[in-house]
Design a protein around this ligand. Structure first.
Ligand SMILES: NC(=O)c1ccc[n+]([C@@H]2O[C@H](COP(=O)([O-])OP(=O)(O)OC[C@H]3O[C@@H](n4cnc5c(N)ncnc54)[C@H](OP(=O)(O)O)[C@@H]3O)[C@@H](O)[C@H]2O)c1
Length: 257
């Protein structure tokens, strides 16, 4: 498909209060779009609303809670006739410690990263179908979905689920003219990664990451992955014979017996 400028569109972005989502929302406002912005607390979205009060609508919700998403869906459908782009960016990360293996951790991560994403698709699909401006669903997976990495059992699993879901969705929504894209960021400097206690190769700023995301979304690429050096390293690792891939993976394991 030919490219579609991110300008004069109605765009819903989840996880807009901090990190990648916040920088992306700022850029999309500057480019002249109408934005619906979501995260759990309305106060944390206020600085974005102040940038363009007439073009920014705050829609606070906890996407891990069905009742909260139902309320959000009612508000969405009562205010908007259509949405042109949905950017499913809200996410969380918790790392597994096999000394205290905790399935509740998996539940917390999957409820936001995967089930929460599905809830937001459910809430917006009719509005996307009503768009006459080349509707587009953009979901944020992760470079961590490319191959199994230490302590990423829950986070990597949730992002691999996002990838698989969106690959299928792209097939099923094609007949409605709704495009789907998957974004695979590497390490981006945000509150989410500032908690990491391991080296983060090729760490990027949110500004650089958002630049790549905007050009990928505008050119309607199905997969947008960056930075190239990290993505290709992980892809090569995933293609190695299992014994070699395992050895390389073990070299990344820290004090996690
Ligand atoms: N940073 C990276 O290196 C990196 C790499 C690969 C993929 N990603 C993905 O990129 C996305 C953005 O990450 P980030 O690094 O920008 O993280 P971040 O700064 O922690 O931002 C996460 C956003 O998600 C929102 N959120 C979290 N739980 C939510 C919930 N239950 N309901 C509604 N909103 C919720 C947060 O808002 P509140 O807490 O205010 O509700 C916040 O706005 C995530 O999906 C992440 O997995 C990030």
């Amino acid at each position: 498909m030919s490219s579609v400028r991110l300008q004069d569109r109605t765009i819903w972005i989840t996880g807009a209060s901090t990190g990648i989502g916040k920088t992306l929302a700022e850029r999309l406002i500057t480019l002249g779009n109408r934005l619906i912005i979501t995260s759990r607390k309305a106060e944390s979205l206020k600085p974005l609303k102040d940038l363009a009060p007439d073009r920014v609508h705050i829609l606070a919700a906890d996407i891990s809670r069905p009742a909260s998403v139902d309320q959000m869906r009612n508000e969405l459908t009562s205010i908007f006739d259509s949405i042109d782009t949905v950017i499913l960016n809200a996410g969380t990360c918790e790392y597994v410690d096999t000394r205290q293996f905790d399935s509740e951790l998996f539940d917390r991560v999957i409820q936001v990263n995967f089930i929460g994403l599905a809830r937001c698709i459910e809430a917006s699909l009719d509005l996307l179908r009503a768009s006459s401006k080349a509707p587009h669903i953009v979901g944020i997976s992760s470079a961590a979905a490319i191959t199994g990495l230490p302590r990423a059992e829950a986070y990597g699993g949730s992002k691999a689920a996002v990838e698989s879901c969106l690959e299928s969705l792209a097939l099923d929504l094609d007949k409605y003219g709704i495009a789907v894209s998957i974004i695979y960021p590497g390490f981006v400097d945000t509150p989410l990664t500032r908690k990491n206690d391991f080296p983060m190769p090729f760490l990027m700023s949110t500004e650089s990451a958002v630049g790549k995301m905007i050009s990928g979304i505008e050119s309607r690429k199905f997969r947008v992955a960056f930075p190239a050096r990290l993505i290709w390293s992980l892809k090569l690792m995933s293609m190695l014979p299992d014994t070699l891939r395992h050895k390389l993976g073990l070299s990344m394991v820290k004090d996690n017996p």
